[in-house]
Design a protein around this ligand. Structure first.
Ligand SMILES: [Zn+2]
Ligand SMILES: [Zn+2]
Length: 97
């Protein structure tokens, strides 16, 4: 993969990229960037990897754990067999002529 030398510095929070460090440092000082960083840090604090659910408050997260959606997903996940136990595919029976 070719390296993009023109945009070596990237800010994933703001979709900002630039070619030199001083510009990038300037960017990290901007209010726009600070606000984004702040928002990200404060919006997603609790994450349920089972459901791809995330929220900012423990109260909401606890609520989520009680939902049927979460419970059924949890159940589904626990039922998924391990990779070591490969289930055999459908057996193909040769046609008798
Ligand atoms: Zn930024
Ligand atoms: Zn969940």
């Amino acid at each position: 993969m070719p390296i993009d030398y023109n945009h070596n510095f990237k800010c994933t929070q703001c979709d900002y990229s630039c070619s030199n460090e001083s510009n990038f440092n300037k960017h990290t000082e901007t209010k726009k960037h600070q606000r984004r960083l702040h928002n990200v840090a404060h919006t997603i604090s609790y994450n349920c990897s089972t459901c791809d659910y995330s929220c900012s408050k423990l109260f909401n997260y606890n609520k989520h754990l009680e939902t049927n959606r979460h419970k059924s997903r949890l159940l589904l996940e626990s039922k998924i067999p391990n990779c070591s136990e490969e289930s055999p595919g459908e057996e193909i029976t040769p046609l008798k002529i």
